[in-house]
Design a protein around this ligand. Sequence first.
Ligand code: ATP
Ligand code: MG
Length: 403
Amino acid sequence: MTNSVSLLPGGSATGGATAGAAEPLTLGVMGGGQLGRMFVHAAQTMGYFTAVLDPDAQSPAGRVSHRHIQTDYTDPSGLQQLAACSAAITTEFENVPAPALRELAKLRPVSPSADAVAIAQDRAAEKAHFVKCGVTCAPYAVIESGAQLDEALSGNLLPGILKTSRMGYDGKGQVRVKDADALRAAWQDLKQVPCVLEKMLPLHLECSVIVARGRDGQMVNFPVQRNLHREGILAVTEVYEGHLPEVMQQQAVAAARSIAEGVNYVGVLCVEFFVLQDGSMVVNEMAPRPHNSGHYTLDACDQSQFDLQVRTLAGLPLTQPRQHSAAIMLNVLGDVWFDAKGAVRLPDWAAVLALPGTHLHLYGKTEARKARKMGHLNVTGASVAEVRQVALKAAAILGIEAF
Ligand code: ATP
Ligand code: MG
C-alpha cells in the first residue's frame, strides 16, 4: 500500500469540543535494535508516537517506544497489531523476513519495500542488482552446489572470502580462503548453505555514503564517510574536509543514487565501497536502512540519518543535509568493559565526557560482550586537528586502538 498524502507530525486535528486537540500518528518499525532506538528518538522528537515489533523484552528500541509488540517477526498477530496502530512502517535491519514486510504492505505504507529489502538480504541478488545498475563490485561467483564450487575454482577468485549469501553481519558468516582445499573446507564448515566467493581485493581504504529517497523520487545525500573496520566490524568513521578526494566522493554518490533508483527505493539507504590500491572504486554492499557509519550525522549535521528515515517514511519534504562540524565516530564495543587481563570494568565515561565536543550514545544494552555494539562516541569540532586530537584521547581512555 502506498501513501500519497504526507503523514504530518502531530496527527490530524480532531476538532469538536476539545478545540485544537490532535492525536499524534504512530510510526512503526520492524526490529528493536539500536538503529530502531535512534529512529524512535527521531520520530518522537518530531511528535510522532512509535511502535516497535521485536521478540526481545529488553530490546533497545522497545524500551523507549510508546508501544512494544513483543512477537516474532513473522507472527501474524504481531504483524496485525503493528499495522493496526501504525500509520506507516519501516525496518531497522535487513534480516526482517521479506514476506512479513509484504504482509504489512497490504495494510499500510511500508518503506523501504519488501523487494528492496529482499535484494539487500541476499548477497547474490545484491551483486546482481549492482551489475544491473552498472556499478562494479568485486569479482565473485555464486556457490550453491558442488558443481558451482568447482566452476568457481577456475575463476581466478583465490585468495578470496567465502560469504554466506544470507544473514551475515559484522563479518559473521565469512571465511577467508587461500586455496581450493581451504575453500572446500570452509563451505563444509558453513554447512553448504548458499554463498558467494569474492576475490580478496587489495584495499586502500573503505568508505560509504547514505542517501535518502522520497516517494516522489527526490533524493538527498550526506557527505561520503571514510570507514576503518577491524576484524570485520566498523571501528572508526571520519568525515571532515580532505578526508577523501572530491572525485571519489562524487563517484560514490553517483553509484549510490543509481543503486537506489534501480529499485525505486524509498527510505534511507547506505552503500559501502572499497577503494583499491590502484585508486579504483568498487561497491561492497548496501544496507536498506540507516547505518553504523552514518551515526556521526546525529551530532555533526543539521539533520541525522534517522531524521531522514522519519521524513521518507512519513512522506515529508527532503532537503539536502548540511554537515556543520568535522566529525569522528568511535564505535564502542563490549570490549571496552574489559581490562587487559579480561576483568570486567566500567569505562571511564567521566574522563571521556570531560573532553570538548564529545557526544556519547549508549544503546541501553544490559550485557556487555566482546564485539557487541554497545554504543558510539561522536567527536565534533571546528577543525580536523581538534577533532582528531580529542578522538585519539578518548580512544586512549577507553582502550580503543588508535587509528
Ligand atoms: P556489515 O554488514 O556489518 O558491514 P558484513 O558482515 O556484511 O559487514 P562485509 O562488509 O562483506 O561484511 O565485510 C566486512 C569487512 O571485511 C569489509 O568492511 C572489509 O574490511 C573486509 N572485506 C570484505 N570483503 C572483502 C574483499 N573482497 N576484499 C578485501 N576485504 C574485504
Ligand atoms: Mg559491510
